[in-house]
Design a protein around this ligand. Sequence first.
Ligand code: F42
Length: 318
Amino acid sequence: MFGIEFVPSDPALKIGYLSKLAEDVGFETVWITDHYNNRDVYSTLAVLSMLTNRIRLGTGVTNPYTRSPIITASSIASINELSGGRAILGIGPGDKATFDAMGIAWEKPLTRVRESVSVIRALLRKERVTQGGMNAQLSFSAGNIPIYMGAQGPKMLELAGEIADGVLINASHPEDFRAAIPLIRNGVQRAGRDPEDVKVCAYTSFSVDRDRSKAASEARKVVAFIAAGSPDAVLERHGIGVQERDAISKAISKGDFASAMSSVTDKMLDVFSVTGTPDDCRARVDELLATGVNQIVVGSPIGPDKERSIRLIGKNIL
Ligand SMILES: C[C@H](OP(=O)(O)OC[C@@H](O)[C@@H](O)[C@@H](O)Cn1c2nc(=O)[nH]c(=O)c-2cc2ccc(O)cc21)C(=O)N[C@@H](CCC(=O)N[C@@H](CCC(=O)O)C(=O)O)C(=O)O
């Protein structure tokens, strides 16, 4: 029921140590983010395959633009073999900042994700794929690998309901899941699936410490970026002004992180993160689970001191 996210802006061996600790205190899944400027997601997962024994290992999340779906199938199948069948593929449409930096055109993300998931699924079943000029087949058996989608927009959420084994939603407030789950259900219905087939994961921004103010100041660093990138519809849902968001994104684009963080209001902290003492965080977790969420992903920053926060979560929250 609990996953944890690590960002490979840290070296793989450090993430390996924290992943082993997470496994020991009772987390069930590790999700490794995928951005071009950080360490490679698959080499990080390979290290984790060697340093852990039971915890599931997922890309949280890759995308169908910076790697061909054929390479993605081969890479996640390799992790599944290395880890003894513990891999999960998390794939989303990717984000604009990444593609702008890489000079990649972000075209028709819905179609691209739908087509890529079907190519990856076929390859993982060791079928030959011949669509779109391809003629590809894996030479080794991949085993059974669930495919989860990172999704936030309404159409992407419906698509996830149609085709994915799980949905990783970047949100920390129950209102967002009360809005998202019916959309996922539309997709489930359209595909004639059982709602139980699709695991709903709250991919939260999480910051826990015995000292509430320390937890909050650590959360501000991440919430500033989340608030800055939030679509109007999400701001409206929570009664946050567009101009409040724009002030933060302007400060970030000027590299003025101090004022970006100081513009993060307590309301934004409440909306965009699970923050505070273990009891505060457990209360929010219970609210999220009450909406129908199946997995809570403890996402960045985790807390002011990652190791101490992982132990706190193990002892007081899991
Ligand atoms: C494309 C976008 O989908 P979205 O789901 O809202 O995208 C936001 C994020 O989910 C997306 O940026 C993710 O990749 C972000 N993301 C990560 N992105 C990364 O690059 N790396 C990560 O490690 C990462 C982690 C992650 C974890 C959880 C999570 O929920 C998201 C995460 C969107 O605008 N969708 C809209 C419109 C879609 C649409 O209609 N667009 C098409 C038309 C139809 C067609 O495509 O055929 C078009 O643009 O032309 C919608 O869903 O309604």
